[in-house]
Design a protein around this ligand. Structure first.
Ligand code: GDP
Length: 478
């Protein structure tokens, strides 16, 4: 107990979490208190303004969250289609799941920041596939969308064509500005393939309208949060919340995503069994999007090239084989995560069969090789979350270009990773390079100016939004 509080007060991270979590009667969340024993405490402190904002958000969520009278009154509006400003002042963002776990965690974080900025309550439609991955983030209430939510079974099927989407309502002139009769709900489609009309969400004048609508149902699979930093409606508030723009996901991610006890048990067991005793932990995340464009041999050469160039691991002496364990106690452990086993096998063989030239002992581990992405499977997502978290406990991190799985790990870790650049016709030279920011990349940002509706390079607007290292047209905070 005292250890936790001492370490916590050193880190400043404690302040992200409300004291109220320690009240008796709370659901258990071991990771919230114990994470400090496993991962480096963050040297990047959250602003006191952010902390105050989170506390007041927690109050709002408690007042408007599931099962409250305000929630029930707000549901009536949703069902009737009539907005009654006198019955409740609660407004909501309902987040709908799409794609893999990394994508989901990034879009939830974006939806949460939007909720913070617009005084809305965030509810997530996690479905069974995401059940029991995370602790409840807000004390004495829930962020899970209740089962009796009117559209509950239809949400998954909402797509871009849904006629109640904001984009389609605009396209079909179904929003009547002059009568001030706004719908009680709107669907926002903000996934990577959303179109120009959907993206008008990112314009200040559209936010003024959306502000009138109590229920926003949002589907997104991307980290759309950087675009909010380009909007004048949120500008000043964001400056106060995040004087350090590189830490938005780092702080919000650590605040929102604490592994459930079930997942925490798996994380800590694996850590104790394989990683705890090493002097240095190196995480290598290998994401293959296409076996055709990223053949095994090329990716393997790229990884070895990166290890060598960055001096991540000592070279092996291939003339010798390992006869007796090294007396030198320096040890490095490599945590490989991948859907496939081949990369691990090659590294494990290399360091298992030959001694290193420096005498250091290198061990290589891979927790799973699931072969295929199966994001509709709960146990598969548990494994993904375990590995993302384990990667975030690394001292050094190598990630794959384009992968949100890696973005989440680097953000939770609080580190600019070494990025394995996307393979084109040849292995990139250099094979990897240090990211300029620990922030995730927004893969599909709008590229128009809201005032002129002309195409622009939005990275010319403010100094803290730039193009990503791994995706030319993406944008990120730094
Ligand atoms: P992205 O596609 O790389 O941006 O990351 P996502 O997390 O959104 O989707 C990929 C999904 O594939 C993950 O959520 C996992 O379900 C699975 N996956 C990909 N790489 C790994 C891995 O290294 N380990 C595990 N356990 N699952 C992985």
């Amino acid at each position: 107990e005292s250890l936790f509080s001492r370490k916590f007060s050193d880190s400043g991270e404690e302040s992200l979490f409300s004291r109220k979590f320690s009240d008796s009667g709370e659901e258990s969340c071991l990771s919230r208190n114990q994470s400090v024993l496993y991962r480096k405490s963050s040297p990047r402190k959250p602003s006191s303004y952010l902390i105050a904002k989170l506390r007041s958000y927690e109050e709002l969520h408690k007042r408007c969250g599931p099962r409250t009278d305000s929630y029930k009154r707000s549901l009536k509006q949703l069902k009737s289609g009539q907005i009654d400003h006198n019955s409740t002042d609660c407004k909501y963002v309902v987040w709908v799941a799409d794609c893999g776990l990394g994508n989901r965690m990034l879009s939830i974080t974006s939806a949460f920041l939007y909720a913070l900025l617009t005084n809305r309550v965030l509810l997530i439609d996690q479905k069974q596939e995401m059940a029991d991955l995370f602790c409840e983030p807000f004390p004495t209430t829930s962020w899970i969308l209740p089962e009796d939510f009117p559209f509950k079974n239809k949400l998954g099927g909402f797509n871009q064509k849904y006629d109640h989407s904001y984009g389609n309502m605009l396209k079909n002139n179904n929003i009547n500005y002059s009568t001030q009769l706004f719908p009680s709900y709107l669907y926002l489609f903000l996934s990577h393939n959303c179109d120009h009309h959907d993206q008008l969400f990112f314009c200040d004048q559209d936010q003024a309208l959306l502000n009138q609508v109590p229920w926003l149902i949002m589907k997104s699979n991307v980290y759309f949060l950087p675009s909010m930093f380009l909007m004048s409606s949120f500008d000043q508030e964001l400056d106060r919340l995040f004087p350090d723009k590189e830490t938005v996901f780092h702080h919000l991610g650590r605040y929102l995503f604490n592994p459930s006890d079930r997942v925490w048990g798996l994380i800590t067991k694996y850590y104790q069994d394989y990683l705890a005793n090493a002097e240095k932990r190196i995480g290598i995340q290998i994401r293959i999007f296409s076996a055709k464009t990223s053949p095994f041999g090329s990716v393997m050469d790229q990884i070895l090239g990166c290890i060598q160039k960055e001096k991540l691991l000592p070279e092996v002496d291939t003339e010798k084989s390992i006869a007796s364990p090294s007396k030198n106690q320096t040890s490095k452990v490599v945590l490989v995560t991948s859907l496939f086993q081949g990369y691990f096998e090659k590294l494990n063989k290399t360091y298992g069969e030959h001694p290193t030239k420096t005498g250091e002992v290198v061990a290589v581990y891979q927790p799973s090789h699931e072969r295929k992405q199966q994001s509709w499977e709960n146990s598969h997502n548990v494994q993904a979350w375990v590995e993302i978290y384990l990667l975030s406990l690394s001292d050094e991190l190598v990630t794959s270009a384009w992968s949100t799985f890696g973005y989440v790990a680097q953000g939770l870790r609080g580190m600019r990773p070494l990025i394995l650049y996307k393979i084109g016709r040849a292995i990139p030279d250099p094979p990897c390079g240090r990211g300029v920011s620990m922030e995730p990349c927004y893969h599909a940002p709008p590229i128009f100016d809201c005032k002129t509706k002309k195409t622009v390079d939005t990275t010319t607007f403010v100094p803290h939004v730039k193009h990503c290292e791994d995706i030319r047209w993406g944008i990120k905070l730094l």
